[in-house]
Write a protein that binds this ligand. Sequence first.
Ligand code: ZN
Length: 355
Amino acid sequence: MTATMKTFVMKRIGEVGFMEKPIPADPGPNDAIIKTTTALVCTSDVHTVKGAIGERHDHTLGHEACGIVDRVGSAVTLFKPGDRIVVNAITPCYKCHNCQRGFTSQCTEPLGGWKFANIKDGSFAEYFHVNDADANLTLIPSDVSDEAACYTTDMMSTGFKGAENANIVLGGSAVVFGAGPVGQMTAVGARLLGAGLVIVVDNVPDRLKLAEAYGADVTINYNDVDAVAEIMNLTNGEGVDSAMESVGAQIPFENCIKVTRPGGTISNVGYHGEGEYINIPRLEWGVGMAEKTIKTLLCPGGSERMTRLIRLIQTGRVDPTKLTTHHFSFNEVEKAFWMMDSKEDNVIKPVIHFE
Ligand code: ZN
Protein backbone atom coordinates (compact mmCIF):
# COMPACT_ATOMS: atom_id res chain seq x y z
CA MET A 1 0.00 0.00 0.00
CA THR A 2 1.28 3.48 -0.90
CA ALA A 3 1.66 5.84 2.02
CA THR A 4 -0.45 8.95 1.67
CA MET A 5 -0.24 12.50 2.94
CA LYS A 6 -2.63 15.36 3.53
CA THR A 7 -2.56 18.14 0.92
CA PHE A 8 -4.49 21.39 0.45
CA VAL A 9 -5.58 21.72 -3.15
CA MET A 10 -7.35 23.84 -5.72
CA LYS A 11 -10.15 21.44 -6.72
CA ARG A 12 -11.17 23.64 -9.65
CA ILE A 13 -11.42 27.37 -10.27
CA GLY A 14 -12.97 28.96 -7.17
CA GLU A 15 -12.89 25.80 -5.04
CA VAL A 16 -10.32 24.55 -2.51
CA GLY A 17 -10.15 21.69 -0.01
CA PHE A 18 -8.07 18.93 1.56
CA MET A 19 -7.11 15.80 -0.33
CA GLU A 20 -5.08 12.66 0.40
CA LYS A 21 -2.34 12.07 -2.17
CA PRO A 22 0.53 9.58 -2.32
CA ILE A 23 3.72 10.81 -0.64
CA PRO A 24 6.04 11.77 -3.54
CA ALA A 25 8.00 8.74 -4.74
CA ASP A 26 11.78 8.73 -4.79
CA PRO A 27 13.16 12.01 -6.13
CA GLY A 28 15.01 12.14 -9.42
CA PRO A 29 18.82 11.96 -9.16
CA ASN A 30 19.19 15.74 -8.70
CA ASP A 31 16.09 16.30 -6.61
CA ALA A 32 14.85 16.04 -3.03
CA ILE A 33 11.72 15.32 -1.01
CA ILE A 34 11.05 17.68 1.89
CA LYS A 35 8.90 17.08 4.98
CA THR A 36 7.10 20.39 5.46
CA THR A 37 7.30 22.14 8.83
CA THR A 38 6.16 25.73 8.22
CA ALA A 39 4.52 27.61 5.36
CA LEU A 40 2.99 30.96 4.49
CA VAL A 41 -0.17 31.65 2.51
CA CYS A 42 0.37 34.06 -0.39
CA THR A 43 -2.07 36.27 -2.24
CA SER A 44 -0.75 34.47 -5.34
CA ASP A 45 -2.40 31.28 -4.04
CA VAL A 46 -5.69 33.18 -4.13
CA HIS A 47 -4.98 34.44 -7.65
CA THR A 48 -4.28 30.85 -8.74
CA VAL A 49 -7.61 29.61 -7.36
CA LYS A 50 -9.40 32.46 -9.10
CA GLY A 51 -8.00 31.27 -12.41
CA ALA A 52 -4.81 33.33 -12.89
CA ILE A 53 -2.99 30.36 -14.45
CA GLY A 54 -6.05 28.70 -15.91
CA GLU A 55 -8.10 25.70 -14.86
CA ARG A 56 -6.40 23.19 -12.55
CA HIS A 57 -7.85 20.08 -10.90
CA ASP A 58 -6.77 18.73 -7.50
CA HIS A 59 -3.69 20.92 -7.77
CA THR A 60 -1.70 21.28 -4.52
CA LEU A 61 -1.29 24.95 -3.61
CA GLY A 62 1.54 26.70 -1.76
CA HIS A 63 5.01 27.94 -2.69
CA GLU A 64 6.38 29.52 0.52
CA ALA A 65 7.64 26.77 2.83
CA CYS A 66 10.49 25.30 4.76
CA GLY A 67 11.06 21.85 6.17
CA ILE A 68 13.34 18.91 6.82
CA VAL A 69 15.06 16.99 4.03
CA ASP A 70 13.45 13.54 3.91
CA ARG A 71 15.19 11.97 0.91
CA VAL A 72 17.70 13.12 -1.71
CA GLY A 73 18.57 11.81 -5.19
CA SER A 74 21.80 9.95 -5.88
CA ALA A 75 23.53 12.99 -7.44
CA VAL A 76 22.69 15.42 -4.63
CA THR A 77 25.92 16.14 -2.73
CA LEU A 78 25.27 19.18 -0.54
CA PHE A 79 22.23 18.02 1.46
CA LYS A 80 21.22 14.93 3.42
CA PRO A 81 18.13 13.65 5.19
CA GLY A 82 17.53 15.55 8.42
CA ASP A 83 18.85 18.91 7.18
CA ARG A 84 16.62 21.87 8.09
CA ILE A 85 16.13 23.79 4.88
CA VAL A 86 14.22 26.52 3.11
CA VAL A 87 13.51 26.69 -0.62
CA ASN A 88 12.51 29.70 -2.71
CA ALA A 89 9.13 29.88 -4.45
CA ILE A 90 11.12 29.90 -7.69
CA THR A 91 13.27 26.83 -8.42
CA PRO A 92 15.21 27.28 -11.68
CA CYS A 93 17.02 24.43 -13.42
CA TYR A 94 20.18 26.53 -14.01
CA LYS A 95 20.75 24.63 -17.26
CA CYS A 96 18.36 26.05 -19.88
CA HIS A 97 19.06 28.99 -22.18
CA ASN A 98 17.14 31.54 -20.12
CA CYS A 99 18.93 30.40 -16.95
CA GLN A 100 22.28 30.63 -18.78
CA ARG A 101 21.33 34.12 -19.96
CA GLY A 102 20.92 35.11 -16.31
CA PHE A 103 17.14 35.19 -16.31
CA THR A 104 16.65 32.25 -13.98
CA SER A 105 13.08 33.15 -12.99
CA GLN A 106 12.22 32.75 -16.69
CA CYS A 107 13.66 29.20 -16.59
CA THR A 108 12.83 27.32 -19.83
CA GLU A 109 9.90 29.63 -20.65
CA PRO A 110 8.41 32.94 -19.47
CA LEU A 111 7.80 32.72 -15.68
CA GLY A 112 8.93 29.05 -15.86
CA GLY A 113 11.11 29.26 -12.76
CA TRP A 114 7.83 29.17 -10.87
CA LYS A 115 7.16 25.46 -10.54
CA PHE A 116 5.44 24.91 -7.13
CA ALA A 117 1.66 25.02 -7.50
CA ASN A 118 2.12 26.04 -11.11
CA ILE A 119 3.61 23.25 -13.24
CA LYS A 120 3.68 20.74 -10.36
CA ASP A 121 2.22 20.24 -6.90
CA GLY A 122 3.03 22.92 -4.33
CA SER A 123 4.07 22.84 -0.70
CA PHE A 124 0.72 22.90 1.16
CA ALA A 125 1.32 19.21 1.78
CA GLU A 126 3.03 17.10 4.40
CA TYR A 127 5.79 16.41 1.85
CA PHE A 128 6.87 18.19 -1.34
CA HIS A 129 9.36 17.66 -4.16
CA VAL A 130 12.21 20.07 -5.01
CA ASN A 131 13.99 19.99 -8.39
CA ASP A 132 17.76 20.57 -8.61
CA ALA A 133 18.20 20.36 -4.86
CA ASP A 134 21.87 21.40 -4.62
CA ALA A 135 21.08 24.71 -6.33
CA ASN A 136 17.71 25.37 -4.73
CA LEU A 137 17.89 24.23 -1.09
CA THR A 138 19.43 26.41 1.60
CA LEU A 139 20.30 25.36 5.16
CA ILE A 140 18.53 27.41 7.84
CA PRO A 141 21.05 28.47 10.52
CA SER A 142 20.15 27.54 14.09
CA ASP A 143 19.59 31.19 15.09
CA VAL A 144 16.93 31.73 12.39
CA SER A 145 13.38 30.49 13.02
CA ASP A 146 11.36 28.53 10.46
CA GLU A 147 8.87 31.38 10.41
CA ALA A 148 11.53 33.98 9.57
CA ALA A 149 13.12 31.69 6.99
CA CYS A 150 9.78 31.23 5.20
CA TYR A 151 9.71 34.94 4.46
CA THR A 152 12.82 34.61 2.29
CA THR A 153 10.95 32.36 -0.16
CA ASP A 154 8.90 35.13 -1.76
CA MET A 155 8.11 38.24 0.36
CA MET A 156 11.75 39.23 0.92
CA SER A 157 13.14 37.95 -2.37
CA THR A 158 10.39 39.60 -4.44
CA GLY A 159 10.20 42.81 -2.43
CA PHE A 160 13.96 43.32 -2.29
CA LYS A 161 14.27 42.64 -6.02
CA GLY A 162 11.67 45.36 -6.53
CA ALA A 163 14.04 47.76 -4.77
CA GLU A 164 17.15 46.39 -6.54
CA ASN A 165 15.44 46.90 -9.91
CA ALA A 166 14.53 50.48 -8.97
CA ASN A 167 18.14 51.70 -9.13
CA ILE A 168 17.92 53.14 -5.63
CA VAL A 169 20.20 56.16 -5.40
CA LEU A 170 22.22 56.57 -2.17
CA GLY A 171 20.45 59.45 -0.45
CA GLY A 172 17.89 59.62 -3.25
CA SER A 173 14.12 59.57 -3.06
CA ALA A 174 11.91 56.53 -3.42
CA VAL A 175 8.22 55.71 -3.23
CA VAL A 176 6.45 52.38 -2.88
CA PHE A 177 2.80 52.09 -3.92
CA GLY A 178 1.14 49.30 -1.95
CA ALA A 179 1.91 48.30 1.63
CA GLY A 180 0.97 44.63 1.50
CA PRO A 181 3.60 42.13 2.63
CA VAL A 182 5.64 42.44 -0.59
CA GLY A 183 5.30 46.24 -0.59
CA GLN A 184 6.58 46.34 3.00
CA MET A 185 9.65 44.37 1.99
CA THR A 186 10.09 46.56 -1.11
CA ALA A 187 10.22 49.64 1.14
CA VAL A 188 12.64 47.93 3.53
CA GLY A 189 14.80 47.02 0.53
CA ALA A 190 14.84 50.64 -0.66
CA ARG A 191 15.95 51.72 2.80
CA LEU A 192 18.66 49.04 3.01
CA LEU A 193 19.95 50.07 -0.41
CA GLY A 194 20.40 53.62 0.84
CA ALA A 195 17.42 55.70 -0.25
CA GLY A 196 17.43 58.96 1.70
CA LEU A 197 13.66 59.34 1.60
CA VAL A 198 11.28 56.38 1.54
CA ILE A 199 7.59 57.14 1.00
CA VAL A 200 4.90 54.44 1.24
CA VAL A 201 1.39 54.85 -0.21
CA ASP A 202 -1.64 52.72 0.75
CA ASN A 203 -5.14 53.21 2.17
CA VAL A 204 -5.07 50.74 5.09
CA PRO A 205 -4.01 52.52 8.30
CA ASP A 206 -2.58 49.35 9.91
CA ARG A 207 -0.38 48.72 6.87
CA LEU A 208 0.87 52.30 6.87
CA LYS A 209 1.65 51.98 10.58
CA LEU A 210 3.65 48.82 9.87
CA ALA A 211 5.53 50.64 7.10
CA GLU A 212 6.52 53.27 9.66
CA ALA A 213 7.65 50.55 12.04
CA TYR A 214 9.79 49.23 9.17
CA GLY A 215 11.40 52.66 8.77
CA ALA A 216 9.40 54.47 6.08
CA ASP A 217 10.05 58.20 6.40
CA VAL A 218 6.63 59.31 5.15
CA THR A 219 3.39 57.37 4.71
CA ILE A 220 0.52 58.62 2.56
CA ASN A 221 -3.09 57.43 2.83
CA TYR A 222 -4.53 58.00 -0.65
CA ASN A 223 -8.05 58.10 0.79
CA ASP A 224 -7.11 61.32 2.57
CA VAL A 225 -4.88 63.13 0.09
CA ASP A 226 -3.88 63.15 -3.58
CA ALA A 227 -0.86 60.86 -3.44
CA VAL A 228 0.76 62.18 -6.63
CA ALA A 229 0.50 65.82 -5.50
CA GLU A 230 1.81 64.91 -2.07
CA ILE A 231 4.83 63.08 -3.50
CA MET A 232 5.62 65.99 -5.82
CA ASN A 233 5.43 68.34 -2.81
CA LEU A 234 7.78 66.15 -0.81
CA THR A 235 10.34 66.27 -3.65
CA ASN A 236 10.16 70.01 -4.40
CA GLY A 237 8.09 69.36 -7.50
CA GLU A 238 10.81 67.20 -9.09
CA GLY A 239 9.52 63.70 -8.44
CA VAL A 240 11.36 60.69 -7.05
CA ASP A 241 14.42 58.84 -8.34
CA SER A 242 12.72 55.47 -7.91
CA ALA A 243 9.06 54.44 -7.89
CA MET A 244 7.99 50.89 -7.06
CA GLU A 245 4.59 49.39 -7.89
CA SER A 246 3.64 46.64 -5.41
CA VAL A 247 -0.10 46.50 -6.11
CA GLY A 248 -0.58 45.27 -9.67
CA ALA A 249 -3.17 47.80 -10.86
CA GLN A 250 -3.50 50.57 -13.42
CA ILE A 251 -3.72 53.59 -11.08
CA PRO A 252 -0.64 52.90 -8.94
CA PHE A 253 1.28 51.90 -12.07
CA GLU A 254 0.53 55.16 -13.85
CA ASN A 255 1.12 57.09 -10.63
CA CYS A 256 4.61 55.60 -10.55
CA ILE A 257 5.29 57.08 -13.98
CA LYS A 258 3.78 60.42 -12.96
CA VAL A 259 5.94 60.81 -9.83
CA THR A 260 9.25 59.61 -11.31
CA ARG A 261 11.67 62.35 -12.30
CA PRO A 262 13.38 62.29 -15.73
CA GLY A 263 16.01 59.57 -15.81
CA GLY A 264 14.40 57.78 -12.90
CA THR A 265 13.30 54.18 -12.67
CA ILE A 266 9.88 52.57 -12.30
CA SER A 267 10.11 49.08 -10.84
CA ASN A 268 7.02 46.94 -11.26
CA VAL A 269 6.58 44.33 -8.54
CA GLY A 270 2.81 43.72 -8.62
CA TYR A 271 0.96 41.05 -10.59
CA HIS A 272 -1.31 42.71 -13.15
CA GLY A 273 -4.26 40.37 -13.39
CA GLU A 274 -6.81 42.57 -15.09
CA GLY A 275 -7.51 44.14 -18.46
CA GLU A 276 -5.90 43.64 -21.81
CA TYR A 277 -3.49 46.57 -21.55
CA ILE A 278 -1.67 48.61 -18.95
CA ASN A 279 -1.67 52.26 -19.98
CA ILE A 280 1.20 54.69 -19.72
CA PRO A 281 0.41 58.41 -19.11
CA ARG A 282 1.91 59.94 -22.24
CA LEU A 283 2.84 63.42 -21.04
CA GLU A 284 4.37 62.36 -17.72
CA TRP A 285 6.29 59.74 -19.70
CA GLY A 286 7.85 62.71 -21.47
CA VAL A 287 6.09 61.67 -24.70
CA GLY A 288 8.45 58.71 -24.69
CA MET A 289 11.57 60.83 -24.23
CA ALA A 290 11.98 61.43 -20.48
CA GLU A 291 14.45 58.55 -20.08
CA LYS A 292 12.23 56.85 -17.53
CA THR A 293 13.04 53.14 -17.31
CA ILE A 294 10.34 50.57 -16.53
CA LYS A 295 11.60 47.28 -15.12
CA THR A 296 9.71 44.08 -14.28
CA LEU A 297 10.56 41.02 -12.24
CA LEU A 298 9.62 37.61 -10.95
CA CYS A 299 10.95 36.58 -7.52
CA PRO A 300 14.62 35.50 -7.82
CA GLY A 301 15.33 32.00 -6.49
CA GLY A 302 18.36 29.82 -5.85
CA SER A 303 20.51 29.08 -2.83
CA GLU A 304 22.92 32.00 -3.30
CA ARG A 305 20.01 34.46 -3.20
CA MET A 306 18.51 32.67 -0.19
CA THR A 307 21.81 32.68 1.71
CA ARG A 308 22.04 36.46 1.30
CA LEU A 309 18.45 37.00 2.44
CA ILE A 310 18.97 34.79 5.49
CA ARG A 311 22.12 36.76 6.33
CA LEU A 312 20.02 39.95 6.46
CA ILE A 313 17.79 38.25 9.04
CA GLN A 314 20.75 36.91 11.05
CA THR A 315 22.42 40.31 11.27
CA GLY A 316 19.19 42.05 12.25
CA ARG A 317 18.91 44.19 9.11
CA VAL A 318 15.30 43.07 8.80
CA ASP A 319 12.81 41.16 10.94
CA PRO A 320 10.29 39.78 8.46
CA THR A 321 8.18 38.21 11.22
CA LYS A 322 6.64 41.63 11.86
CA LEU A 323 4.54 40.75 8.79
CA THR A 324 2.93 37.86 10.67
CA THR A 325 -0.57 38.70 11.85
CA HIS A 326 -1.99 35.18 12.36
CA HIS A 327 -0.93 31.61 13.17
CA PHE A 328 -2.80 28.49 12.09
CA SER A 329 -2.27 24.73 12.10
CA PHE A 330 -2.23 22.98 8.70
CA ASN A 331 -5.75 21.70 9.51
CA GLU A 332 -6.89 25.35 9.49
CA VAL A 333 -5.15 26.37 6.27
CA GLU A 334 -8.43 26.82 4.42
CA LYS A 335 -9.45 29.54 6.88
CA ALA A 336 -6.08 31.28 6.39
CA PHE A 337 -6.43 30.96 2.62
CA TRP A 338 -9.80 32.71 2.48
CA MET A 339 -8.54 35.41 4.83
CA MET A 340 -5.92 36.28 2.22
CA ASP A 341 -8.81 36.85 -0.17
CA SER A 342 -11.07 38.87 2.13
CA LYS A 343 -8.21 40.58 4.02
CA GLU A 344 -10.46 40.23 7.07
CA ASP A 345 -9.10 40.99 10.55
CA ASN A 346 -6.38 43.18 8.93
CA VAL A 347 -4.48 40.05 7.89
CA ILE A 348 -1.06 40.61 6.38
CA LYS A 349 0.51 37.16 6.56
CA PRO A 350 -0.79 33.97 8.17
CA VAL A 351 1.81 31.38 9.19
CA ILE A 352 0.86 27.70 8.82
CA HIS A 353 2.42 25.23 11.26
CA PHE A 354 2.64 21.53 10.31
CA GLU A 355 2.97 18.90 13.00
ZN1 ZN B 1 4.03 33.97 -2.74
